[in-house]
Design a protein around this ligand. Structure first.
Ligand code: GLC
Length: 753
């Protein structure tokens, strides 16, 4: 009998690998066919038509009519792609013109920012990052692709993969957080979700890894600002998420607005040709960001529009978003020999290759069978699940979960803010579909009284405070939902202070005078500094901007139907003055420590100049964040009993097994995100004090003990040094297994050459 099973397993293995071989063979045959079609088309295209393919025309999503000029441009083959064409009839009409009337019948690609949902809005990407769950990322982008492709969209400008270490930056809301490993895991999943199993599936949309590169390193967290990034930092922090997206075969890449070390990303030949094409073998196409080509004039990098086109083309930018430097100048530049036609041909090949992979030549029109997918029950359910898994509990004195019979004072400007709850990048989300906390309380038959207390997050009028205090006094518990309106988050919305805006802190202080327990719920696009009020509240839930189903997710968590499962994807500062702050920082020559540190108001009057700890800290904010990267509480507690390593010494190409024994010491079942951190103690360049190298979501029954195992390869210890050589180096390594980046059971091993 045993031989029979072995035979069956063997046959299955052979047929699977045969299927894989067949699949690979089919893909390569397709690719060969595509290259043949591309070369054939190229041979027939005029210079104007080739330049036309590099033109991404922007239109207003609120346009009521289609301009004749645009239709004529499409008819002449002078447009390659279109952005923000939102009326289905316009999409169909323009595509019909392109495939039936243009010289070579090349289909258009229709693009839209579908960042964290199209109609069903998921939590903002920083919230999805807080789930630490690649399935959530993949599901959110898969559903966004299904909903958006039904109206003809086949290209989105996501995932945004900018590592963000400064919560003042408005676009941290859109980012995967501060860690390259977590961002890489999520980036791959987003691409898989958007692009599906096959890019030519009608519900698949081309993804776009953006913003290449280093956009999140803007000085002062000021959007669009200067970045200074060393080569090791580029290779060890900012590039890995893009490499992960490229390995997932992301179809397109978008250049960033910022300059890097003096050279704007959009005209950066080293980054676009040497790194992206040469080193990373990218074979899709690169699009600029919105007018980021002509912004090279403002940068002081280009003299005029023609110079812009010359710089961008010679740097290897395939397609220009909304500005017309290419349209107006490429022909002359080629005739003058300043840009080669071969270079233009490469642009056209890259663009046509993605159009072929999307299946647009065979099926240029949207799949009408894929209608009415908006707000499907299954989509809403998954959005709610994502909001639950993204919610991070930062504090809980035991007030949560609430008893179902609790009489709740539901107070705050974000209790019933259906538009703001969706967060930034929700052009197509409809607030009418948002389930707010108020909606959820109503349908769940909870005993509550509601008053906003403030009309919106920036409001300063306290005229409703007295009524709010009265409602709070008459209740068992206060659920205070505060935060940021969506407009305070996202592109061009950096803030110097990241406190709660308006009079929200004053409202919390007034409510605290009632001595009623307070559950603080924060809906925002970034960590919010709550140092001034943390002692006035009993529990803190960070929901980020949780999307369409945020209210229902919150209600489930408040009453214990679900457990808050999020972990911080960014360090949470005590004050904006600490920023930029990130856990994977260097140790410096004078690392701060608790023995030396004297807080500002503990310093004796007349203290001797050198009497304080001479190390790296703030007198008035210390040297740690308010809450560390990876932190998050649940409704039970875990004890990390021990950690072991399979070997004390490993050689290169060997793996090491790390085992941790963990116990759920609580009376509720719960989930722990077990995190593995590694420190390369001495390197040819200084190395971070620790780096995330793995994490696992582990479910425990009450009282249950489990052994959690990680396999660490010596390859994962590699880094890029100052000679741009990527390698692991012999020496001592520390590891921690724990619940977040500031704790864990420690062990060590030696990597031997
Ligand atoms: C914006 C953003 C970019 C977006 C593009 C198209 O300025 O920087 O992320 O995809 O323009 O809307």
């Amino acid at each position: 009998m045993k031989q029979y099973y072995i035979l069956v397993v063997l046959l299955c293995f052979l047929s699977c690998s045969k299927n894989e071989q067949n699949e690979k063979k089919a893909v390569s045959e397709n690719e060969e066919k595509y290259e043949h079609i591309i070369n054939k088309l190229l041979s027939k295209m005029t210079l104007e038509e080739k330049i036309g393919q590099t033109n991404l025309r922007g239109t207003s999503s609120r346009a009521k009519t289609l301009s004749e000029e645009l239709k004529q441009q499409v008819r002449a083959g002078k447009v390659g792609a279109l952005l923000n064409v939102m009326k289905i009839e316009f999409v169909d009409e323009l595509q019909k013109i392109a495939v039936e009337e243009s010289p070579n019948k090349i289909p258009l690609i229709f693009a839209r920012d579908v960042i964290h949902g199209f109609k069903t809005m998921f939590p903002i990407p920083l919230g999805i990052a807080a789930s630490w769950d690649e399935d959530i990322a993949r599901t959110s982008s898969r559903i966004a692709a299904i909903e958006s492709s039904s109206v003809g969209i086949r290209w989105t400008f996501a995932p945004m993969l900018d590592i963000a270490r400064d919560s003042r930056w408005g676009r941290i809301a859109e980012s995967p957080g501060e860690d390259p490993y977590l961002a890489s895991v999520l980036g791959k999943a987003y691409v898989e979700g958007f692009q599906g199993d096959s890019l030519n599936d009608p519900t698949s949309i081309a993804a776009c890894a953006k913003h290449y590169i280093g956009y999140g390193a803007a000085i002062g967290g000021r959007d669009y600002n200067t970045t200074i990034i060393s080569k090791p930092l580029m290779h060890n922090v900012y590039l890995p998420p893009f490499e992960s997206a490229l390995n997932a075969e992301v179809a397109t890449v978008m250049t960033a607005f910022n300059e890097i070390n003096g050279v704007p990303a959009t005209g950066n030949k080293f980054l676009l040709k040497d790194v992206l094409r040469g080193k990373l073998k990218f074979d899709g196409f690169v699009v600029s960001d919105w007018e980021s080509t002509i912004e090279m004039i403002a940068h002081g990098y280009a003299k005029n529009e023609k110079h812009v086109a010359e710089l961008a083309a010679n740097a290897g930018l395939d397609m220009e978003m909304t500005s017309k430097a290419y349209e107006n100048n490429l022909k002359a530049l080629i005739e003058e020999g300043k840009v080669s036609e071969d270079q233009l041909n490469e642009f056209v090949k890259n663009i046509l290759r993605i159009k072929l992979r999307l299946g647009l030549f065979e099926m240029p029109y949207r799949d009408t069978k894929n209608e009415a997918t908006f707000y499907k029950k299954s989509h809403l359910e998954k959005a709610k699940n994502a909001a639950v898994k993204s919610t991070v509990m930062l504090k809980n004195t035991g007030v949560l979960p609430l008893a179902k019979t609790s009489k709740v004072a539901l107070i705050g400007p974000m209790v019933d803010a259906p538009l703001d709850q969706m967060g930034t990048w929700t052009f197509d989300g409809e607030k009418e579909h948002t389930l707010t906390p108020l909606d959820a309380f109503k349908t769940a038959n909870i005993n509550y009284n509601f008053i906003p207390g403030l009309t919106h997050s920036r409001a300063t009028s306290k005229k409703e405070f007295k009524k709010a205090v009265a409602i709070a006094t008459a209740s068992d518990v206060i659920v205070c939902v505060v935060g940021e309106e969506a407009i305070l988050s996202g592109e061009a919305h950096s803030r110097a202070s990241i406190d709660l805006p308006g009079a929200q802190e004053d409202l919390i202080k007034e409510l605290a005078k009632t001595d009623k327990p307070i559950v603080l719920v924060i809906m925002a696009g970034r960590p919010i500094t709550i140092t001034n009020i943390i002692d006035d509240v009993d529990s803190v839930l960070m929901t980020w901007h949780p999307g369409t189903m945020g209210g229902e997710a919150l209600q489930e968590i408040l009453f214990g139907l679900s457990e808050p499962q999020g972990r911080l994807p960014v360090s949470w500062p005590k004050t904006a003055g600490q920023l930029p702050y990130y856990y994977n920082h260097k140790n410096t020559g004078r690392p701060a420590n608790k023995d030396d540190f004297v807080a500002i108001y503990d310093i004796p009057v007349g203290a001797w100049q050198s009497s304080l700890g001479n190390d790296s800290h703030y007198l008035d904010a210390g040297y740690t964040p308010h809450f560390p990267f990876g932190y998050g509480l649940g409704y039970t507690n875990f004890r990390y009993d021990k950690v072991e390593v399979s070997k004390d010494t490993i050689t290169f190409n060997e793996d090491i097994i790390i085992k941790a024994t963990i116990t759920n010491t609580g009376i509720r079942a719960g989930k722990e995100v077990v995190q593995l951190y590694v420190q390369d103690v001495v390197g040819s360049i200084t190395r971070p004090v620790r780096e995330l190298k793995g994490f696992q979501h582990i479910n425990f029954e009450p009282g249950e003990t489990k052994e959690v195992r990680f396999k660490l390869s010596s390859k994962s210890l590699e880094f890029t040094n100052h000679k741009s050589v990527k390698a692991a180096e012999e020496g001592d390594f520390n590891i921690w297994v724990g619940p977040h980046s500031a704790s864990g059971l420690k062990h060590s091993f030696y990597l031997k050459n």
